[in-house]
Design a protein around this ligand. Structure first.
Ligand code: NAP
Length: 486
């Protein structure tokens, strides 16, 4: 197999600003590592504020022409991006695995998911509509005109290096906005690859800019402080989200915030246990547990606790851990050493408080940032992992005896992103749908991400939605005209 880095030529491991691929003004670079080996795989440009503002310059200059580009033309460019990503899926997937660590099969899944945002929003681009109506009192008319919000700044995390950017860039372009994306410093290569693909399919210069940097704080602050920026969309931790919301307040920016989660997965005694087990495996282990919608707490109703736990533990134990590019690997490396340490501490804390380890729980020696699939039972309510995002392959199982009890526990968190319920009782499922404080709910399903559905959270999990028809509205302002016909 060829080196995955062949997908991105050295001249494209630089800043994408306007029609140029260029070094940082300071000439600085930083190293990107393979988390499975700890080895450097590439050096990319390390932008500072000067570079960030240069990107904003071109993004704001490109705005008028891009907004005036016929929707059909914008739509065709998004379709071309979807096709190019699909045709080059293997190259992108290998690059994702190399810089992020997930198994190749999952990286292929991310490419399909990420590409689909371009197809979905290609279809939305030509369906942006206003309204014309008669005022209730008669006499005059009401006209609404949707308009692109303007240049957008995107800050994305490392866990889905393609999809988290795609679900911002695609709707923004569909709406007629120009963009500057700052990908996570640990996974900048995939976003540079996407920018290169979008250049090749003919997206005009200045519309898609990518600024890689190790100085996220200063570069993003400068972009948000500049009044030419009109929108911030951020995906990442609630902690950083709060900081950026405060900064965005100064210029009263439109914001979309996709923040952290603490999903409860609830298995009722009447559930089809085969379905619940499949769902729990996906909801827990997708992306090695490093997903904002990962099942963080697994609640199982007492009559099926023993059977579910035994069968779940057996499946977790059977997973093979290794380099994501190797055949047959189910669980790749975690993103970094800090992540492994945090997970190890959360497990130790739970055990100190009385939890029992059924599977895993021991950090391995050797290179790379690995942690084994782990199942814990008898996890007490004060264990830190029940309120922190575990963000790894660790599953705490807790039993429950009544719906009211489990609903209260599930809602006892500052987060409200996703939840999962497994039951064959429709009324019960609907009561949970109404009672759980989450933006999303899987009913007898562990996989809920879909570009045609509105993704997003309530409470401190965020503001706004990505994907679906709602996704494009995040990039549109509305002018209302009152028209006198007398
Ligand atoms: P993070 O630490 O919040 O970082 C996210 C992004 O913000 C990165 O690009 C990071 O840059 C940047 N950043 C960090 N500090 C900043 C600052 N002071 N100013 C401006 N930008 C800053 O999150 P992460 O560890 O990458 O991602 C994991 C988190 O994302 C989890 O909490 C997860 O739940 C959440 N997430 C949410 C969703 C959702 O849709 N709700 C989806 C995926 C992930 P650097 O890389 O340079 O630090």
């Amino acid at each position: 197999m060829s080196d995955p880095m062949n997908a991105l030529a050295p001249e494209h491991r630089r800043l994408r600003i306007g029609d140029a691929w260029r070094d940082a003004a300071s000439g600085a670079t930083f190293a990107v590592e393979d988390p499975a080996t700890g080895k450097t795989i590439a050096e990319v440009a390390d932008a500072d504020v000067v570079d960030g503002l240069a990107a904003l310059d071109v993004a704001s200059k490109a705005m008028t022409e891009w907004a005036a580009t016929p929707p059909r033309k914008r739509s065709e460019l998004l379709t071309a991006t979807y096709r190019a990503l699909t045709e080059r899926s293997e190259e992108v997937a290998r690059l994702i695995t190399l810089e992020m660590g997930k198994p190749l099969a999952e990286a292929r899944g991310e490419v399909a998911y990420g590409a689909e945002f371009f197809r979905w929003f290609a279809e939305e681009a030509v369906r942006v509509e206003g309204r014309y109506s008669t005022a209730p009192a008669g006499g005059y008319r009401i006209l609404t005109v949707p308009k692109p919000v303007g240049p957008c700044v995107f800050v994305t995390p490392w866990n889905f290096p393609l999809a988290m950017g795609a679900r911002k860039i695609a709707p923004a372009l569909a709406a007629g906005c120009t963009t500057i994306t700052k990908p996570a410093a640990q996974t900048p290569l995939t976003m540079l690859f996407l920018a290169r693909i979008m250049e090749e399919v003919g997206v005009p210069p200045g519309v898609v800019n990518v600024v890689t940097t190790k100085r996220a704080g200063e570069v993003v602050s400068a972009l948000l402080a500049d009044s030419r920026t009109r929108k911030l969309s951020f995906t990442g931790s609630t902690e950083v989200g709060r900081v950026l919301l405060r900064q965005a307040a100064d210029n009263v920016l439109r914001t979309s915030m996709e923040l952290g989660g603490n999903a409860a997965l609830i298995v009722c005694a009447d559930a089809d246990l085969d379905v619940a087990l499949d769902g729990a495996m996906v909801a827990k282990m997708r992306n090695i547990g490093q997903s904002c919608i990962a099942a963080n707490r697994i609640y199982v109703e007492e009559p099926v606790r023993e059977e579910f736990t035994a069968r779940f533990a057996e499946r977790m134990e059977a997973l093979s851990v290794g380099h994501g590019l190797d055949d047959g690997v189910d669980v790749g490396a975690l993103i970094d050493e800090a992540s492994v340490t945090k997970i190890d501490e959360l497990v130790a804390d739970a055990v100190d408080r009385g939890a029992r380890v059924l599977v895993g729980g021991e950090r391995p020696d050797g290179p790379g940032h690995f942690y084994p699939p782990t199942v814990l039972v008898d996890v007490p309510e004060d264990a830190r992992m029940l309120e922190a995002e575990i963000f790894g392959p660790v599953a705490p199982i807790i039993s429950f005896t009544s719906d009211d009890e489990v609903m209260a526990k599930a809602n006892d968190t500052e987060h409200g992103l996703a939840g999962y319920i497994f039951t064959r009782d429709l009324q019960r499922a609907l009561r949970f749908t109404e009672g759980l404080d989450t933006g999303m709910l899987g009913i007898n399903r562990g996989l809920i991400s879909d570009p045609s559905a509105p993704f997003g959270g309530v409470k401190q999990s965020g503001i706004g939605r990505e994907g679906s028809h709602e996704g494009i509205l995040e990039y549109l302002d509305l002018t209302y005209a009152s028209i006198d016909l007398s």
